[in-house]
Design a protein. Structure first.
Lengths: 213, 164
């Protein structure tokens, strides 16, 4: 005799009364604060959008200052700005379209998929910003190297001393470190979004999707 | 109008509390967490209620949202290691008809199921509630074949924990 079947019978036939909430309690609790992961996902995602929006605009300001005297770069910067705005709007729209689809009446797997899809929108936006930042910084470094007065002064000074190679290495090294710091910051934000919040969800999703593809 | 909707919902949930409590009892380890999860499920049910058209029984509709909430939405605090079984006596209403033996066996069952992962908990819950595989597959969002495979595995794990 299967012990589980016996327990199932106990479960079905159990007539023991259990503590239940009063009608009043239920009436109050439905207006309580939700501690659902979706709410947190929304808040964190909006914060991420705002943060990276601010960062890219700050980066733009610097580039504009350096590019003031150089029409070609000005045109490029303006183009990048416009693209940036459009991309941001597209991502925000995509995010909300996905977010709206998150539904507790879906199947368990279905709901997980919409949540993951929604958070991927933010993830993609962060990646886009990474690419954008690298392009921007690359441009800034190039202009610094070729046009900045201070940099030129240092470069010629070191050239005269016969230490041109050291200058190139030093400059490249600093640039590389700077870029590395940027990438690490992006990685931290990515971890924040996926690691902390969606750990359990991802584990459950993988468990559920085990044999189905 | 809104008042009627709320009154209707509160009555439905009140009448069907038991099944939500079962889910909470399976997915949490202590009373505060149990109550927290119950509230979260109640909130999710209330939010989804305007779209509920009675295509299914309220209890069916409710347990599916309950499982979704427990598995996906609810933010768990750190899991308490399976501790004093008697901690749960707080949920019982002792009366003259009380069957202690069944209660003891069921508490062992709950304790064992709590040790399974979130998906297996859902599977075992639907097994105990005698749900058809069609419904189980639909609730989880997987194929019926996959549901049967996963159910067998979950039951095997459970038997092992219960030493059956």
């Amino acid at each position: 005799m299967d012990g589980l079947e016996d327990l199932k019978r106990d479960w079905q036939q159990n007539k023991n009364a259990e503590v239940e909430f009063s009608t009043d309690s239920i009436e109050t609790m439905i207006y309580g604060k939700s501690s659902s992961i979706v709410k947190i996902l929304l808040m964190v995602s909006l914060l991420e959008f705002c943060f990276w929006m601010a960062v890219t605009f700050l980066l733009n300001d610097d580039s504009i200052n350096t590019a003031e005297n150089y029409e070609t770069f000005d045109a490029i910067i303006n183009l990048l700005n416009t693209v940036n705005y459009i991309v941001l709007i597209v991502f925000i729209v995509l995010f909300f379209l996905n977010y709206r689809n998150i539904n507790s009446t879906d199947s368990v797997r279905g709901m997980m998929q919409t949540i993951i899809r929604t958070s991927k929108t933010v993830h993609l936006y962060i990646l886009y910003n990474l690419g954008y930042a690298i392009v921007n910084i690359g441009l800034a470094i190039y202009m610094l190297y070729n046009f900045d007065a201070n940099v030129q002064a240092t470069r010629f000074a070191m050239q005269n001393d016969g230490r041109e190679n050291l200058f190139i290495v030093g400059f490249s090294g600093l640039s590389a470190v700077f870029l590395l710091v940027i990438v690490v910051i992006f990685w931290l934000f990515y971890k924040l979004l996926y690691g902390l919040m969606l750990n359990r969800l991802m584990a459950n999703y993988r468990e559920l999707s085990g044999n189905d593809h | 109008m809104a008042e009627n909707l709320e009154r209707a919902f509160v009555k439905e949930l009140d009448d069907n509390q038991k099944i939500v409590h079962k889910i909470c009892r399976l997915y949490t380890w202590d009373k505060p967490s149990h109550d927290d999860l119950f509230q979260e499920i109640a909130i999710q049910l209330w939010r989804a209620y305007p779209k509920f058209r009675g295509e299914s029984k309220f209890s069916t509709w409710a347990y599916r949202i309950g499982l979704n909430t427990a598995i996906t939405l609810y933010r768990k605090s750190a899991r308490k290691i399976s501790g004093d079984v008697r901690d749960w006596e707080r949920h019982l209403v002792i009366s003259n008809d009380y069957d202690f033996e069944i209660e003891e066996r069921l508490e062992k069952l709950y304790d064992a199921v709590r040790q399974l992962n979130d998906i297996d908990k859902a599977l075992v819950f639907m097994y105990l509630e005698n749900k058809a595989y069609v419904e189980i597959a639909e609730t989880l969002g997987i194929s019926e074949v996959n549901a049967r495979v996963k159910m067998k595995r979950a039951k095997d794990k459970l038997r092992k924990i219960l030493k059956l």
